[in-house]
Every structure is written in C-alpha cells, then in structure tokens.
Design a protein around this ligand. Structure first.
Ligand code: CMP
Length: 140
C-alpha cells in the first residue's frame, strides 16, 4: 500500500532566488499538507550523510557542496499516495525534461541545482523524515 508521507527540501538555489513562498504555495495547491517544517542549513557532513546513497556517483562532491552552500527548507508532506504524487508535482530531475507546470520546470536551473528534493520511495521518505525531524516536531 502506498504511504501518505514524503520528505521534501527546498534547495539552496530556490531559497536564494526567493522562491520559498511560491513553492510552498504549489505544494499546498496540489493538496499536500505540511506536517513538519524547518528552515535550516546542512553542514557538509550532514549533506554527505543525507545523500550517502549517491557516494559513488561522479556528481556526489558537487551535490554535497551545493546542498551545504546555503539554507534550505525541509518539510514532511502528507497526502494520499504522497511519494508518487509529489514526484509528479516536482517533475523530472533535469529541468530540461520536467513537464510544464511542474516545480522544477518553473524554478530549477540545472540537473544539480534543481530547486526541490522529493523522496523516491516510502522507505526513503521514512528514513529522510527521521533524518530531519524528531517525532516531537511532527504535527499531523
Ligand atoms: P535529488 O532528487 O535531490 O536527488 C539526488 C540529486 O542528485 C538530484 O536531486 C540532483 O540534484 C543531483 N543530481 C542527479 N544527477 C546529477 C548530475 N548528473 N549532476 C549533478 N547533480 C545531479
């Protein structure tokens, strides 16, 4: 059965560009309820830990540098079929391939600086949510 929560991050590029409000608005309009949220900054170490699954990829160093380059907004979002529906809302990893009207089509500038993160499975949604939030920080 599909889970009803996913983890998102509004990445440093989108924060820097002043797009936090616009992106949260798109999430709300698409039916996602925010059940946890924080404005924070990842250290290099924490960014490396979050993306450890990509450690062997050639872009790992660049990804860790970028994700620790400035503040982010982390949030847990709730909706039926959250992981899949959120990935539809954000669009393809590379904004050049992202469908019109998606968050990445509107706000991402490159495959690396792609405005938002969305969990890719229910299992990772759980792991990534626990990475950013304690149980006491989640309000259903
Ligand atoms: P995200 O959905 O946060 O998960 C992994 C991230 O790695 C992805 O978004 C991109 O920001 C980044 N990424 C994936 N492929 C590349 C690439 N070819 N070059 C740089 N960054 C990449």
């Amino acid at each position: 059965m599909a889970g009803n929560r996913t983890l998102t991050m509004i990445k440093p590029d989108a924060v820097k560009a002043g797009n936090i409000g616009n992106i949260l608005q798109m999430m709300n309009s698409a039916g996602f309820k925010i059940v946890a949220m924080k404005y924070t900054k990842l250290s290099k170490e924490k960014a490396g830990e979050f993306y450890a699954v990509h450690k062997e990829r050639p872009f790992y160093g660049e990804l860790v540098d970028f994700m620790s380059s400035g503040p982010i907004v982390a949030a847990i979002l709730e909706k039926d079929n959250a992981v899949e529906d959120f990935r539809t809302l954000i669009g393809a990893t590379n904004p050049a391939d992202a469908a019109e009207g998606t968050i990445r089509a509107k706000y991402a500038t490159s495959i690396g600086e792609n405005a938002v993160h969305g969990s890719d499975s229910d299992e990772n949604a759980q792991i990534e949510s626990s990475f950013h939030f304690a149980g006491t920080e989640v309000f259903a």
